[in-house]
Ligand binder design. Structure first.
Ligand code: NAD
Length: 489
């Protein structure tokens, strides 16, 4: 079976920040892949709009270079690339001034097609862009805007940003990107939970001992040191990506798979989160390991601040106060420069109420691991008898399914998160985008945690690059008779 590609309707997509890193690395290559897949109608137009002075030809050349650099080995016939480049145009524009706006207005005039504006610029410019889109008559009620993270750095700034956008656009026109939600396997979380009878009856505090969510990266802050140091793991990863994973794993089944039904249920999860106790918070900062310092400097060297107190690692124990989950802890963990790149959700079920095999058979638990990356798949740990004549001894074996193997020859192409999300914008489907109230609820929970450690003058614990974070993170689980699963390859 080959996956069906349904072309979207003709559209004009204006990419503000069309010369920037995100546009070159993700947005434009993603659009190109959709073009090659036949999903983009021939009439579609993509207009880069950024500060640099260049003409359309120079922009097309820049984009062609970006395809080569960031296409990830993806190839498409030369003539297809040329056909894609023909869809591109460019305008030098100033988000804070008048330059370029009359020309953009002219280009967008009188066309009967979907209009989308991607704000791939600093959030400080979101308000300027929204205001000018309205001033120049482009903020009509069918237009869509796409905004990138970070969406605020606390509740106050997120509210202001929501307020600014709401002054010019309705909520159903605003697409707040959390690219994690566009990942195939993240959507699979919903399919696994709500498409199978097997799991849902057990998906509650009565049967689940605890749940772990890990998003580990091997990379450090790289060239983003200055930005990252003002943000840290809590704002950069936990408040958005891990929170979204927590929502999908913990939410009630929505009545329908439609944007508001799904987002209403996610919002209820965020609102059910308890405040986090200080001793359930572990912050870490990676340090260089001797011999490797030249290639992989420690965090403070990388951000150029020998006294930085920003965390590159977070582990948290959190609770949800609702009927389904009261009493079941969720352990969240994310970090940079860890031992392996891995995003995984692990559901650890409780012991059987009584072991008929006696103490010597040992304690065994079912563990369901959902791997989001790499090697996407699901493993269910099942207890069986150890083979051989040694009596009734039990062992755990994995029922393992790697999606790529299970779907070999069926699934068709891999679709990158950005490709999927941009096509959803054109289709007008907001299910995989964050709603304004969701973002504010997430900050409402996050703010006191950050304020708490700031008031305590907390200094993150150092951890070796290439390890699994500070030892306090292991201790967070060990003192409760539990242990982190996974990460190390
Ligand atoms: P960048 O600095 O590489 O590019 C910024 C773009 O904005 C450039 O095209 C520049 O010309 C344009 N610009 C700047 N000032 C302007 C003005 N006054 N008028 C018009 N255009 C102006 O930034 P980036 O890394 O591409 O990031 C863009 C946005 O995406 C940011 O909000 C960032 O936080 C977010 N984001 C980036 C990444 C990433 O991997 N780069 C990941 C997630 C989110």
């Amino acid at each position: 079976m080959v996956s069906r590609v349904i072309p979207v309707e003709p559209f004009d997509l204006v990419i503000f920040g069309g010369t920037g890193d995100l546009a070159r690395r993700k947005i434009l290559p993603g659009l190109f892949r959709r073009f090659c897949a036949g999903q983009m109608p021939p009439e579609a137009r993509i207009i880069g709009a950024a500060r640099a002075d260049m003409d359309g030809a120079a922009y097309r050349e820049m984009v062609a270079g970006a395809m080569e650099e960031f296409g990830g080995g993806f190839t498409c016939e030369d003539k297809t690339l040329r056909a894609f480049l023909d869809r591109l145009d460019y305008l030098a524009i100033d988000a804070r001034g008048d330059k370029g706006w009359a020309e953009l207005q002219e280009k967008m005039k009188g066309k009967d097609r979907i209009e989308a504006y991607y704000f791939s610029v600093s959030p400080a410019l979101f308000g300027d862009l929204a205001e000018r889109l309205q001033k120049w008559g482009m903020a009509d009620k069918d237009a869509r805007i796409v905004v990138e993270k970070p969406f605020g750095r606390d509740l106050d700034t997120a509210k202001k940003l929501n307020g600014t956008l709401a002054a010019y656009f309705n909520e159903d026109q605003i697409y707040r990107i959390d690219h994690y939600l566009g990942k195939e396997t993240v959507q699979n979380l919903m399919a696994v939970r709500f498409g199978n009878m097997l799991f849902e009856p057990l998906w509650n505090a009565q049967y689940v001992d605890h749940i772990q969510i890990t998003v580990a990266e091997t990379v450090g802050v790289g060239g983003r040191g200055e930005y990252y140091d003002k943000s840290g793991a809590m704002r950069d990863m936990v408040q958005n990506h891990l929170m979204q994973l927590l929502c999908l794993i913990a939410m009630e089944p929505p009545a329908r798979f439609d944007p508001d039904a799904v987002r209403d249920e996610k919002l209820k999860v965020i609102r059910a989160l308890d405040p986090v106790e200080p001793h359930h918070i572990v912050r870490g900062q990676y340090q260089a390991v001797p011999m490797d310092e030249a290639d992989h400097p420690g965090y403070r060297t990388a951000v150029g601040d020998a006294r930085s107190r920003t965390e590159s690692f977070m582990a948290l124990k959190v609770h949800l106060s609702n009927w389904r989950w009261a009493g079941t802890p969720f352990y969240l963990r994310t970090g940079k420069r860890m031992s392996a790149r891995s995003s995984e959700i692990t559901v650890v079920f409780k012991d059987t109420p009584h072991s008929i095999f006696g103490e010597e058979a040992g304690r065994h638990r079912n563990v369901l691991s959902i791997r989001l990356q790499p090697n996407e798949g699901i493993t269910l740990g099942v207890t069986i008898k150890e083979p051989g004549p040694g009596g009734m001894r039990l062992i755990d074996v994995p029922l393992d399914m790697t999606f790529a193997e299970a779907l070999a020859g069926e699934a068709g192409e891999q679709v990158d998160a950005y490709e999927r999300l941009i096509m959803d914008v054109i289709r007008g489907n907001q299910t995989l985008f964050m709603r304004g109230d969701e973002v504010e609820a997430a900050w409402t929970w996050t703010d006191p945690i950050i304020q708490g450690w700031e008031a305590r003058n907390d200094v993150p614990k150092p951890y070796d690059s290439g390890s699994d974070g500070p030892t306090d993170s292991d201790e967070l689980l060990r003192r409760e008779g539990r242990a982190w699963r996974g990460v190390a390859p």
